[in-house]
Design a protein around this ligand. Structure first.
Ligand code: HEC
Ligand code: HEC
Length: 339
């Protein structure tokens, strides 16, 4: 089948649905790979999609109150950093979150808001949850519960999410899914094309911090996400966001890959992820405007087979021939889109 026939096939919405069902049903049946197989060669995985931070010892609470311009709230260091409650600097900007999101469940799982932020905007080390379809969201939790979703490398932060998925009961999971679905998605980062980036080092909350030396280095085949305002990000202000430094020319190259599949190298993403990659139906998550780091991590994990949940088979032909360069380009493009 040449590129044009493939395209006209995709263009017909009726066959679109049938083909999707076929791809999902067929590839799922034929999946034989064991999910716990270690990746062939750990050294082959780049570091940047798997950011890790430094653990800071808890500070004695001196009662000092922190504030953020524009917010009427004030919180102490303990309130900001304990895993059983989440600060909410701007409650007027999102619907009221359920208990699981604010405080988790004592002795069972930590607050979703601590890692995904109170409005689900997420960080490069976790996942943007805003606007995800409820069924897709619950399926991911089920896949983690069933040990079908791991990271490709031991340091992968998904290891911190799996125990949460296992401890969460169905009713709380549903409330959390409905809440995050109801929050309108915002772009996780401002994308900046560049040849050089500031030198960074791992900071608290798995955030990568710009080195105070002011030194720069070539970006190479990487995407580097740093907070717009470090202070606000470390105070867990969801409204502040990130800057994503991406290699010069990557957005345009990624657009070609995403829109055409680049002569059969991959499949056009919009076929399943919808117009503007804003998601389609219950099964196909939105991609537009989500973290490039988190998105690249998923592509590597689909490729290694460590993300092997119920619908993951549909992504296997998509990632099979992608190179490191393609993954940088695709995720730079995806991050640049308006959700
Ligand atoms: C300790 C940190 C942490 C906590 C607490 C946490 N998560 Fe996560 N979550 C993560 C990380 C990290 C990922 C990304 C996994 C990956 O890279 O594959 C994730 C991914 C997810 C995903 C998959 C999203 C996608 O696009 O596929 C869902 C759904 C999710 N979390 C829901 C929740 C809910 C609901 C809660 C609260 C009950 C919660 N999380 C609490 C760290 C956390
Ligand atoms: C044949 C249909 C199909 C095509 C084409 C497709 N996808 Fe997907 N994609 C899926 C499905 C289904 C899922 C959900 C998988 C799961 O539940 O594990 C998914 C999930 C993803 C995820 C994970 C999102 C998250 O929330 O963690 C990423 C990233 C992704 N796709 C990127 C792409 C890119 C980039 C392209 C184009 C180069 C593409 N997809 C083309 C079907 C497709």
């Amino acid at each position: 089948m040449n590129q044009r026939t493939l395209f006209s096939l995709f263009a017909m919405s009726a066959s679109c649905v049938l083909l999707t069902v076929h791809v999902l049903a067929h590839t799922h049946q034929t999946t034989t790979k064991a999910t716990n197989d270690p990746p062939a060669n750990l050294a082959d995985y780049p570091d940047w999609p798997y950011p890790k931070g430094v653990q800071e010892p808890p500070k004695p609470d001196d009662g000092q109150l922190f504030r953020i311009p524009g917010s009427t709230k004030s919180y102490t260091d303990t309130q900001i950093n304990r895993s059983t409650s989440t600060v909410d600097w701007f409650p007027e900007l999102h619907p009221a979150p359920p208990a699981a999101v604010i405080s988790g469940k004592q002795g069972a799982y930590n607050a979703c808001g601590q890692c995904h932020l109170i409005d689900g905007r997420g960080k490069p080390d976790t996942a943007d949850l805003q606007g995800l379809p409820v069924a897709y969201f619950l399926q991911q939790l089920a896949d983690m519960k069933d040990d079908k979703r791991h990271g490709s490398v031991p340091r992968a932060t998904v290891n911190d999410m799996i125990p949460v998925a296992k401890a969460l009961d169905d009713a709380d999971a549903k409330l959390a899914a409905e809440y995050f679905h109801s929050v309108p998605a915002v772009r996780s980062a401002r994308v900046v094309e560049t040849d050089t980036v500031p030198v960074t080092h791992p900071g608290p909350h798995n955030v990568q911090l710009v080195d105070s030396s002011g030194a720069t280095e070539p970006i190479g085949l990487r995407i580097i996400e740093v907070p717009v305002d470090v202070k606000r990000t470390l105070l867990r202000d969801a409204t502040s966001g990130f800057i994503a430094y991406v290699p010069s020319g990557s957005v345009k190259r990624g657009e070609l890959l995403a829109k055409t599949g680049d002569a059969g190298k991959t499949l056009p993403c919009a076929f399943c992820h919808g117009d503007g990659l804003k998601g389609k139906g219950d099964l196909f998550p939105p991609l537009a405007g989500r973290s490039a780091t988190a998105t690249a991590r998923q592509l590597y994990d689909f490729k290694s087979g460590t993300r092997d949940g119920r619908s993951a088979a549909a992504m296997k032909p998509v990632v099979a021939n992608l190179t490191d360069q393609d993954i940088v380009d695709l995720t730079a493009y995806i991050a640049s889109l308006q959700p």
